[in-house]
Design a protein around this ligand. Structure first.
Ligand code: SF4
Length: 328
């Protein structure tokens, strides 16, 4: 017996990094055992920024599916699919857009921030799709009558808007949709190897798809206590980026590392080697699954097609209710 239904999605906008994994995917893998989950690669959302060049989208979708499956999402337990393969997303988005006041969309904080950013960059790309992003997100969630949406703090205003749209629909027509609830995910915040936020634009990321060798190489480059020059200098783990990684990936040995660092009983090279081996160990199953799926791209396609078929059944049923409620 599951606790309820969840919907969540991610934009296929390039390779995943370890920070992305810890920020959301790790949580999804846990949720799949307790909830009925619909996980969608939301390629229509990716068009808000990639509409000028869409040629990379299929490759990005495949890579994202690989990341999800490697992380341990089970295609039988979850409905894993590509958003654009279920046309009802676009239909419900259109219908919702007819009844949502423009001011509701304009007040969403991420819209205002993005507008400001674009202005600073001298760009005036301000399309309807960009403004209507939360509307499409609402359609994604309620098409499956999802009761919960795993979100970070920054997405709460979006979900509040979804709940308002649902209330408006249910009041105007018939109570077709449940109001989706936010399920705040507590994720570990992993910095980049230079200590700033992990981001591909800073070049400080560790790719989620990194092989054990690449992983070791990236860990070797992690910034440590800048005041520790020689192995005999005592270190300060609180200012060391590698130590932050130990706290996440090497919890059982973190106290020992802290003590050895403060007493200069371990050098940074050795300390990072231990970290790298621990990370390789933690990710062994993921590396194995990735290798299997990489060797069999047809299987990945099959999984996405199977997911889309299951999603379409639920979506079609919801749209029947929506059309009836709206006399269409
Ligand atoms: Fe960081 Fe480890 Fe070096 Fe201490 S010994 S500064 S924790 S890498």
């Amino acid at each position: 017996m599951t606790k309820g239904r969840i919907f969540s999605g991610m934009q296929p906008s390039g390779r995943f990094h370890l920070g992305n994994y810890l920020g959301a995917l790790e949580n999804w893998v846990k949720l799949q055992n307790e909830y009925e989950c619909f996980f969608s690669i939301v390629d229509l959302h990716a068009l808000t920024s990639a509409f000028e060049n869409t040629s990379k989208i299929p490759e990005n979708i495949h890579n994202m599916a690989l990341d999800w499956l490697s992380a341990g999402l089970d295609p039988e337990k979850n409905v894993i699919f590509v958003q654009s393969k279920v046309k009802e997303h676009a239909e419900l988005h259109l219908l919702l857009s007819m009844m949502t006041p423009l001011s509701w969309l304009e007040r969403v904080p991420t819209y205002k921030d993005k507008l400001q950013q674009l202005g600073e960059q001298g760009k005036d790309i301000n399309t309807y799709g960009f403004l209507g992003y939360p509307e499409l997100m609402t359609a994604d969630i309620i098409l499956y009558k999802a009761e919960y949406v795993p979100v970070g703090e920054d997405q709460i205003p979006h979900l509040e808007l979804s709940r308002e749209i649902v209330r408006r629909f249910n009041n105007l027509y018939q109570p077709v949709f449940p109001e989706p609830q936010a399920q705040l995910s507590k994720s570990s915040l992993l910095p980049g190897i230079d200590g700033r936020k992990m981001s591909k634009s800073y070049g400080n990321e560790i790719p989620f798809a990194a092989s054990p060798e690449e992983l070791r190489e990236r860990v070797r480059l992690i910034v440590t206590d800048p005041n520790r020059i020689k192995k005999t200098d005592v270190g300060n783990p609180d200012v060391c980026v590698a130590y932050k990684f130990h706290k996440i990936f090497n919890k059982e040995n973190v106290n020992e590392i802290c003590k050895c660092c403060k007493q200069a009983e371990i050098g940074c090279v050795e300390c990072k080697k231990r970290l790298a081996e621990k990370m390789v160990d933690v990710m062994t199953d993921m590396h194995t699954r990735r290798a299997e799926y990489e060797a069999n791209p047809a299987r990945v396609k099959e999984i996405l097609a199977y997911g889309a078929e299951r999603a379409r059944k639920v979506a079609a049923k919801t749209m029947e209710e929506v059309r009836e409620a709206m006399h269409l």
